[in-house]
Write a protein that binds this ligand. Sequence first.
Ligand SMILES: Nc1ncnc2c1ncn2[C@@H]1O[C@H](COP(=O)(O)OP(=O)(O)OP(=O)(O)O)[C@@H](O)[C@H]1O
Ligand SMILES: [Mg+2]
Length: 486
Amino acid sequence: MATLSDLAASIELEPGAIEHLTGLTASWSLLADLAFSDLLLMAPSSDGRLLVLAQTRPNNRTTSIPDDLVASAHEVAEWPLVARALAGERAVGQTARAGEEGPLATWAVPVGYGGRTVGAVVRLQGARGGGSVFEVPYLSIFARLCTMVSDGTFPFREDDVAGPGLPRVGDGVILLDARGRVEFATPNAVNALHRLGIYAAPTGQTLSELGLRIRALERARDFGLPSLEEVDVGPDVAIQVHGVPLVEEGRVTGVVTLVRDVSDLRHLNRMVLNRETAVREVHHRVKNNLQTISSLLRLQARRSDEEETRTALLEAERRVRSIAVVHEALSLEPGEEVGFDEIVQSIVALVEDTALAYHPAEIVVEGELGVLSTDVATPLSLVLTELLTNAVEHAFTDASEPREPAGIVTVHLHRSAQRATVEIRDNGRGLSSDFSLETPTSLGLSIVRDLVRNQLLGEIEMRSITPDEGGGTYARVSVPLRGRET
Ligand SMILES: Nc1ncnc2c1ncn2[C@@H]1O[C@H](COP(=O)(O)OP(=O)(O)OP(=O)(O)O)[C@@H](O)[C@H]1O
Ligand SMILES: [Mg+2]
């Protein structure tokens, strides 16, 4: 079966947008279940037709689309609603499909990314019957999530809780309003509350009035971040809680809470729990905390009216996020060491995100550093983030559009027994003649200098590349490994 990244070549979208769409398909089973509908993700292909990039089916209703449509291409005229969605408007109507009993009720929802529409989520539902009593409230949540899809706020940028294995709508749903009051709870959710010892009717009450404190839901509501937590009562009962914030114009207006009784699973898990998972959990929490800090900074940035303050806050946010990348890696592979190359990939993606705001630049990574101890990996990841950010921010500012030749930043990684070396080269305007690494008053290079020399006990050089060598800026960081690496 074709995957979204296989199909990415036939649609003209940048990697960030493709990643956004991939993230959407990792989280959209929630949408399918809430809408009791099949969903397609469509985007214009380079031959002028519409390409189906992904498809999903609801878990709580039979599918209306038994065939696999992924990778199929369709004439725009066959899907007028999708054409409207791609123009940025949510279009509701019907779609007739050959071989179907009746027309399919259809919503075509624009998928927003970076302020424009990069695709459409198409909700298709066949003839009614067997509908749930929750159809109306579910659909209203679905509609709110669709607005987020169009605003580009769903999927969440930092959704580490997407993917399979999470509670689904059928496991139990509690909808909380902006103040944390229960708007409704499905019977399965009420059962889960019973397991937690809560027998009062939940509707209209806040969770704390019910006697329940769930940090994941507080995090979802206060920071607009999706969160996952296992709530346990004694050794035998465990309820998994997944909070998905509903966000409108930057404000959290409610939290969709999916709950699942995992007491049995928990029992199994306890038997295999060991030190390794505990260490991993700690890193996971550190990463969550860092992401919370980064979200706080982002929220604050959004609220500030002054451009300068906003830029400063966003930069701080980016720095915190690049540290979180290391802990993310550690939460996946525990220990004192991390594979640095995956971290480089994450940082490159992070910086490419930033680059969109300046001039499109391609970042190419060559070579490998392999496994590094965390006390090298953490500062080195910050150094790399700063140098790469500088390249995309400053190197190509003289560009007339389109820039000729295209902006390219090369990262060359090299490792010997005793040293790790990172070289970063861009083909931009080079450093100004009065540039000196020793006297930067600016924060970025001061951080870099301090980390390389004082924390990593290494060396750094930066210089312009002469025009006959191609021009641009060259930076080289080399740090000793001996005595740290095992
Ligand atoms: N790759 C590059 N190409 C051209 N100029 C560069 C490059 N890297 C750095 N510079 C110059 O060096 C200056 C200092 O960089 P530094 O990272 O310290 O500060 P900054 O990027 O301006 O601000 P910040 O504190 O947000 O990082 C930049 O303002 C820029 O003029
Ligand atoms: Mg900088």
